[in-house]
Design a protein around this ligand. Structure first.
Ligand SMILES: [Zn+2]
Length: 125
């Protein structure tokens, strides 16, 4: 099971966007690779193209995508993508929270929730 360090969680959370869904993959060495969202309605969903992640195929350990709104709810497309890639973990990133999903026995599970507390605006940290 892929565990991410606090540093990586913050880096992943920085990929969050309040308007559109962003997406990408995580490699075995924990590099976060952003990929283009090919959806024609990126505020609602994401589409990653095979040719974009095929060069990394042997190194992928997880996928990630962002939800502009604070919801872990899987879209049908999310569910099907998670289910059809059981060898990878799948992260959904919202503003202050990251959800990790995995697939076992053809079932998709939410198996970890990471809260990402932010320093209040203007505070010194
Ligand atoms: Zn989604």
């Amino acid at each position: 099971m892929t565990m991410l360090s606090r540093h990586k969680l913050l880096e992943l959370n920085d990929a969050w966007n309040p308007v559109i869904e962003c997406c990408g993959i995580i490699l075995r060495d924990f590099t976060l690779v952003p990929l283009q969202n090919h959806s024609s309605t990126p505020e609602l969903n994401f589409i990653m193209k095979w040719e974009d992640y095929e060069p990394y195929r042997d190194q992928i350990i997880a996928t990630w995508h962002t939800h502009p709104h604070e919801s872990a709810n899987l879209s049908v497309a999310d569910y099907l993508m998670f289910k059809s890639n059981p060898e990878w973990r799948h992260f959904i990133v919202a503003r202050d929270i990251i959800w990790a999903y995995s697939t076992r026995n053809s079932r998709v599970f939410l198996d970890k929730t990471y809260s990402i507390p932010r320093a209040p605006e203007g505070s010194l940290s």
